[in-house]
Design a protein around this ligand. Structure first.
Ligand SMILES: [Zn+2]
Length: 236
């Protein structure tokens, strides 16, 4: 489902079976920005279908929150100019060299290049694994950048996160909305979720400073700022 969350911000629900993340769309006077590229061509096409049904144009830009497959493997299927932080792009450049087949996926999981948890989701999203195409983003930034969509600044920031080092949040001050990607979650190693409370504390401090009313996260429903901070402090 596709939801309007503020005057000019929309998001789609996450989807558990194939681990598709919540994805966003931000409209400015001149340009629009998609947040997350999704995990496949089918995921991208479904998102574009939602845009069309809601009278919204295809995005001019797409920013991804981190390098994990479910957030980044849709990049190859978008015409938008893509943006990622330098750490994400370094990881995507590496993955772009990988070959994909039944045997190779088994090997990547055995080598912990792909977490065991992700394997069934990848197989379900890609009945033909050779269709996986990974590419780095067109534009990369270090630590932080602002993109103005036309009276609609969006701040992309690489934050300290317990999940992975390349996590980027997208903050839209005029709409008081922030997209968190997976930044608030634990690190995934094989099928275990490993907490890092030092990093989580730093992230909580970062989020406390931000003026937002709604936070959209990767794999659960959006939360208000209060709900989010209460749930994060409980994890410490
Ligand atoms: Zn992730």
């Amino acid at each position: 489902m596709f939801h309007k969350i503020s005057e000019n911000v929309y998001y789609t629900d996450h989807e558990e079976a194939t681990d598709r993340p919540a994805m966003g769309y931000i409209k400015g006077d001149k340009y629009s920005l998609m947040v997350e590229s999704g995990n496949s061509k089918a995921n991208v096409n479904l998102f574009l279908k939602h845009l069309k049904e809601n009278g919204l144009k295809e995005p001019d830009f797409v920013a991804i929150s981190h390098s994990h497959w479910d957030h980044s493997y849709g990049l190859s299927y978008l015409n938008a100019v893509s943006i990622a932080c330098d750490k994400t792009n370094a990881l995507l450049r590496e993955m772009a060299e990988w070959k994909w087949s039944e045997n190779m996926l088994t090997e990547y999981v055995a080598e912990d290049k792909i977490p065991l948890f992700c394997e069934p989701h990848i197989r379900l999203e890609y009945p033909d694994l050779s269709e996986i195409k990974v590419k780095p983003a067109d534009i990369e930034f270090k630590s932080e950048m602002t993109i103005d969509l036309g009276n609609q600044p969006c701040i992309l920031k690489n934050v300290v996160s317990p999940h992975i080092d390349d996590c980027v949040i997208v903050y839209i001050p005029n709409e008081k909305v922030v997209f968190l990607g997976d930044s608030i979650y634990e690190e995934l190693v094989r099928d275990q979720w490993i907490g890092h409370s030092d990093k989580l504390s730093q992230l909580i401090a970062e989020l406390e400073k931000l003026d937002f009313t709604i936070a959209v996260e990767g794999h659960f429903a959006p939360k208000t700022k209060d709900e989010l901070l209460v749930s994060l402090r409980e994890k410490l």
